[in-house]
Write a protein that binds this ligand. Structure first.
Ligand SMILES: *[C@@H]1O[C@H](CO)[C@@H](O)[C@H](O)[C@H]1NC(C)=O
Ligand SMILES: *[C@@H]1O[C@H](CO)[C@@H](O)[C@H](O)[C@H]1NC(C)=O
Length: 299
């Protein structure tokens, strides 16, 4: 993040959340942390700070990451009131003509390395064979994150992350309205539309195209996030619980950067970070009627 954005973080009162430590001012701690998020290495940060050891840099980063992560509910909000829901649907409709969309959903892996994982080690091995956290996120049409779940070990399938998350539960029991857009890794639900696997009609093909153009938003958000915060694409050399706090902190900063209209450097995800897209093969598939209704009415 650039100087202007850092200055603007004052407006969000972030500095008052950070306590002084070993005579290192809150501003210096924030800058140290941003530098770590931007490089992914504790020792490159150490070079900037005279007389501060790597362990204290780690402590600073974790303390500041925790403070930022605590702002998740303030800066990452799912649209619930009618105005916000309508605005969100309109945003997606303007993009690719898909009706009723309240969010694009996907997961991305953040690599963990070098940290002791103990008995949970096998749980963290993802299908590409490395240790990770599988991070679920939902965004809106202006690339803001509206929901993040960063607590699942890398072996968890995308559909299981959704199933276990509060967001999934709220859609399930009707407390959230509207449609999520997800890839074939998810079950087709009345509230989550997936692509038609083998489209046979022109309407189905148009549906598929619109679906893809809507869904790509979340992939772009992951690209922007990992480009802004290379620590997430390089991998985190910390314990899983701490990694999750750092991930949430970066997501909060991503949204703050959007609020400040920071320009994006578009980043492509590396092959091994992309979403799994292992097709969902569970038994729940109760969204066919709803999908056909959308295809017939809009495409
Ligand atoms: C995306 O969400 C943010 C707040 O969470 C809101 O300010 C913005 O207007 C939304 N954009 C669209 C297109 O829905
Ligand atoms: C529709 O989407 C599925 C899944 O993404 C894809 O396999 C298929 O090729 C798509 N078909 C068309 C015509 O876009």
């Amino acid at each position: 993040m650039k100087g202007q954005a850092i200055m603007a973080l004052f407006r969000f009162n972030i500095l008052i959340l950070i306590k002084r430590s070993n005579a290192i001012s809150p501003l210096m701690q924030l800058l140290t942390t941003l530098r770590f998020f931007g490089t992914g290495a504790f020792y490159t940060v150490e070079g900037d700070l005279h007389d501060v050891s790597v362990p204290s840099v780690c402590r600073i980063v974790h303390r500041v990451a925790n403070s930022l992560a605590r702002l998740t509910d303030r800066h990452i909000r799912f649209p619930v009131d009618i105005q916000d829901v309508m605005k969100t649907k309109q945003g997606f409709f303007d993009k690719a003509g898909f009706p009723g969309v309240v969010g694009a959903i996907d997961c991305t892996h953040v690599r963990l390395y070098g940290a002791p994982l103990g008995d949970d080690e096998p749980l963290h091995v993802n299908r590409k064979g490395y240790h990770s956290i599988n991070v679920q996120a939902v965004c809106n049409a202006s690339f803001k994150m509206t929901n993040v779940a960063a607590r699942w070990p890398g072996s968890t399938h995308d559909s299981a992350v959704l199933h276990g998350s509060l967001l999934g539960e709220m859609f399930e029991n009707g407390r959230l309205q509207g449609t999520l857009i997800g890839d074939t890794g998810y079950a087709l639900r009345p509230w989550l539309m997936t692509p038609v696997a083998e489209p046979t009609t022109n309407a189905e093909r148009r549906y598929n195209r619109s679906h893809r153009r809507t869904r790509v938003t979340i992939e772009q958000v992951f690209g922007q996030l990992k480009c802004k915060f290379p620590c997430l694409s390089l991998g985190l050399r910390v314990a899983p619980r701490r990694a999750c706090q750092i991930i949430k902190a970066c997501c909060v900063l991503h949204n703050i950067a959007k609020e400040l209209r920071e320009p994006e450097i578009e980043g492509e995800l590396r092959e091994d970070e992309g979403n799994d897209d292992i097709p969902y093969d569970g038994h729940i598939q109760d969204g066919t009627i709803q999908r056909n209704r959308i295809i017939n009415a809009y495409f």
